[in-house]
Design a protein around this ligand. Structure first.
Ligand SMILES: [Zn+2]
Ligand SMILES: [Zn+2]
Length: 82
């Protein structure tokens, strides 16, 4: 599933930095990832955002695509992001 956050500047002169920020920013808080984690649907979120999202949910779903998801080992995902 490909779901991108809809909020980022479309200015052409900022294109490269926008892409960079988009790749590094969390769809929940729209900020640069803190402790990024990757779900089984391959969407990424801050660990904090995910935990906050999941405290309100009975089942663990992806905040973006709503897939029921599994959190893989965070240490493994940190390595995979680099
Ligand atoms: Zn976040
Ligand atoms: Zn997802």
């Amino acid at each position: 599933c490909i779901v991108l956050p809809a909020v980022f500047p479309a200015s052409p002169s900022d294109k490269m930095s926008s892409n960079l920020v988009k790749d590094l920013s969390c769809p929940v808080c729209h900020d640069i990832f803190k402790e990024p984690v990757v779900l089984s649907c391959s969407h990424s979120f801050c660990n904090d955002c995910l935990q906050r999202w999941w405290t309100e949910k009975l089942i663990h779903t992806c905040p973006l695509c709503k897939e029921i998801t599994l959190l893989n080992d965070p240490t493994h995902n940190l390595v995979a992001l680099q």
